[in-house]
Design a protein around this ligand. Structure first.
Ligand SMILES: Cc1cc2nc3c(=O)[nH]c(=O)nc-3n(C[C@H](O)[C@H](O)[C@H](O)COP(=O)(O)OP(=O)(O)OC[C@H]3O[C@@H](n4cnc5c(N)ncnc54)[C@H](O)[C@@H]3O)c2cc1C
Ligand code: FES
Length: 256
């Protein structure tokens, strides 16, 4: 007997939806923030797939879901083409996808650690925790001072009288701004002073691997957003496999 054909709904396949680019802001010499004319039901740490028809589709963390906001660093063909877009142009979006950050109410002194574009989901996470946490420490690392991202946005957040103290610490590998060195150089003194009860991070693999080891060493829970090459974003192609997990479904945020 013939079996009924599987039913594919638009939701399961997650077809791209066109959104109009409403505004574009320059963040540094190679990074722009794109604000679209729509919203998604999402939370910090989740990502979307952005599609440029007849070209390619790439994953981007949400900086905000309402309105949909993405921060894009121009490093290659797709991101460079996206940087050529102007307000009024269309950008096709699938998502949101994945597991984001989970902060419970007992987390009073989290540290948010971002490297490069990893700052994007952490800025949204920080906004959601203002008024809930006692103190939020944000550590942002970059190679040089001009590579640092969202310093103005975090300064504005820190100035809010929400009952939460927000400390923003920059680290630069060339020492041109903030603490010379890498994010762990700013984090270790805080952990030694017992000033942190959870690590939330997004950035390059080397940084995340170091933070994972440090979290275990200091018995501090760590939720880390791992980067992977993504194609389908819905658990079919296997492109995003990382340590036996599919980062598009089980991640990109892994940890406790
Ligand atoms: C879950 C997830 C979330 C992401 N969120 C963001 C985001 O919020 N903002 C963002 O800009 N990108 C983000 N990315 C990366 C993004 O999807 C693309 O990889 C990036 O735009 C490069 O695509 P490309 O075709 O322009 O260059 P590619 O040809 O893919 O990359 C060119 C070269 O640059 C390197 N590279 C890739 N991305 C970066 C980067 N961000 N900084 C420095 N070097 C890089 C690559 O290793 C490669 O060597 C995310 C990736 C994942 C998996
Ligand atoms: S991107 Fe295809 S399985 Fe994750």
């Amino acid at each position: 007997m013939l079996q009924p054909a599987p039913v594919h709904t638009a939701e399961a396949i997650a077809l791209p939806t066109p959104f109009t680019i409403r505004a574009i802001y320059d963040e540094n010499y190679r990074t722009k923030t794109f604000v679209l004319d729509g919203k998604l039901d999402a939370y910090p740490g989740q990502f979307v797939m952005a599609w440029l028809p007849r070209f390619d589709e790439k994953p981007f963390s949400l900086v905000n879901a309402d309105p949909i906001t993405l921060m894009v660093t121009a490093v290659g063909p797709f991101s460079n083409l996206l940087h050529e877009k102007k307000p009024g142009d269309l950008l096709w979006i699938r998502g949101p996808f994945g597991q984001g950050f989970h902060l419970d109410e007992t987390m009073k002194r989290p540290v948010l650690v971002g490297g490069g574009y990893g700052v994007a989901p952490l800025y949204w996470l920080a906004r959601t925790q203002m008024g809930k946490a006692e103190r939020i420490t944000v550590i942002v690392g970059a190679r040089t001072g001009v590579d640092l991202l969202y310093s103005t946005q975090f300064a504005q957040l820190a100035a809010l009288s929400s009952g939460t103290r927000l400390d923003w610490i920059a680290t630069t590998e060339d020492g041109s701004e903030g603490v010379p060195g890498r994010v762990v150089d700013a984090l270790l003194p805080l952990l030694s002073a017992d000033a942190i009860d959870g690590i939330y991070a997004c950035g390059p693999h080397g940084m995340l691997a170091a933070l994972e080891a440090i979290g275990q060493q200091y018995h501090v829970p760590a939720q880390l957003s791992w980067e992977a090459y993504m194609r389908c974003a819905i658990g079919i192609c296997g492109a995003c496999e990382h340590g036996g997990k599919l980062l598009c479904l089980d991640g990109p945020v892994l940890g406790n």
